[in-house]
Design a protein around this ligand. Structure first.
Ligand code: NIG
Length: 413
């Protein structure tokens, strides 16, 4: 049956970075999981199921292109330490940080991990997310990294966002690695065992590396990138987060699809991202939580023509929230992004970062991943901070979230 959403303000992310075209009094027709028509006051076929948006804004579902949602445990105590001034790297050196989540995640059962992942993904859906990338990276052994991707993949096809698993075996150095020889053996396991097997079994579409002092070196990232390339997997990198390691230039030289963080990206790095068309994934929650004094230079990146994706970076260390409302607010006040830039980067920009063409758009032919928000103007969302304005979420034309009885504000302060 055709679904007709009428009387909507349709906000359509355009092909150019930051461009949003508005269709007033829009009628959207949805059939077989796709948008089949979008026009102002267009006709509705007889027998269609009606949904009156009553002037509310409709956008594509959000594409959250950088998360570490597969984990057990939390780090609330450590958060307190960081707030009182202890650095992220110092906590990591004492065995906290990522390593403490690795211990908690390994200690749990597969059922516990998938239950917790499911709860987080459901919260993301309730925040308007219809596609989410989920990284491994808290297993750090061949068996547990494979288990991570299997568990993430097992949740596909439910009332959750669409999942895009990513292999991040090179997140932290495994606790068992205590010598250069052991490190070399782990590198071989990543490049010669994990990556080929992940590609063969189609467990993930991309490989990520945390390039940072205390994590992985530029040279190791090159080796992992080469293995990913020969296995036909795309590359994402975590770079220039805590220190400027010329990571953006590295990402560009390795043909990465996306480079995340970039709080300390250099001028040369910005030029390299632009030249090679690498998407800059900005994570405003992580900037604040990690206590970095530096903020990613969003305005410079935008002015220089680099496409930006915004993401929650949901993780127990630097991204302990599924709130997209908070992300919008921090992108506005922290990164100085306009409402149009925020919307574009959270939809079409996220899709670009993941190499997806069917989502992040509101146009005929696109997958009918849609959010109806309790607001008439997208500018209200980053402004009215911390309030969930999501009213209804459709994934491939199916209603997966209905908060229409729970309106917190209906676009008013
Ligand atoms: O993207 N930077 C590395 N990885 C995550 C943090 C993970 C953690 O602290 O557990 C990030 O910020």
């Amino acid at each position: 049956m055709v679904l007709a959403i009428t009387n909507a303000r349709a906000l359509c992310p355009g092909p150019e970075s930051g461009r949003i075209d508005t269709v007033e009094q829009a009628t959207l027709l949805v059939e077989a999981g796709r948008i089949t028509s979008l026009s102002s006051g267009g006709p509705v076929p007889a027998g269609a199921r009606f949904l009156d948006a009553a002037g509310r804004i409709v956008t594509p579902g959000l594409v959250d292109c950088h998360t570490h949602a597969w984990f057990l445990g939390d780090r609330a105590r450590e958060f307190g330490e960081r707030v009182s001034g202890v650095s992220y790297l110092d906590i990591a050196r004492k065995g906290g940080g990522i390593q403490s989540t690795v211990r908690a995640t390994r200690a749990g059962s597969s059922a516990e991990r998938t239950t917790e992942l499911r709860r987080r993904l459901r919260r993301l859906a309730e925040n308007g997310v219809t596609t989410v990338e989920v990284k491994s990276g808290y297993g750090l052994s061949v068996a547990s990294e494979l288990a991570a991707l299997e568990e993430i993949g097992s949740l596909t096809g439910t009332d959750l966002p669409d999942l895009m698993p990513t292999l991040l075996a090179a997140h932290a150095v495994p606790p068992e690695v205590d010598s250069p020889a052991a490190r070399e053996a782990w590198m071989r396991e990543i490049t010669q065992t994990l990556i080929p097997e992940v590609a063969l079994r189609k467990l993930a579409g991309r490989v990520d590396v945390f390039v940072e002092s205390g994590a992985y070196t530029t040279e190791e990232a090159r080796r992992i990138a080469a293995a990913a390339r020969s296995a036909g997997l795309a590359l994402h990198l975590h770079v220039d987060q805590l220190t400027d390691g010329e990571g953006a230039s590295l990402a560009a030289s390795l043909g990465a699809q996306a480079a995340g963080h970039l709080e300390r990206v250099s001028e040369a790095g910005i030029r390299a991202l632009k030249e090679k068309g690498v998407v800059a994934v900005l994570l405003p929650t992580a900037t604040l939580v990690a206590g970095a004094e530096a903020v990613a230079p969003a305005r410079r990146l935008i002015e220089d023509g680099v496409a930006i994706a915004l993401s929650t970076n949901l993780n127990p260390g630097t991204g302990p929230t599924e709130s997209t409302s908070l992300m919008f607010f921090l992108a506005a006040v922290g990164l100085r992004m306009s409402p149009e830039e925020i919307l574009w980067s959270s939809t079409r920009g996220g899709a670009l970062a993941l190499g997806l063409t069917e989502v992040g758009r509101l146009e005929p032919g696109a997958r009918a991943d849609l959010v109806i928000w309790d607001a008439q103007d997208f500018a209200h969302l980053p402004y009215h901070a911390g309030i969930n304005h999501v009213r209804q979420v459709f994934r491939a034309g199916e209603l997966i979230v209905d908060r229409s009885g729970q309106s917190e504000c209906d676009g008013r302060l």
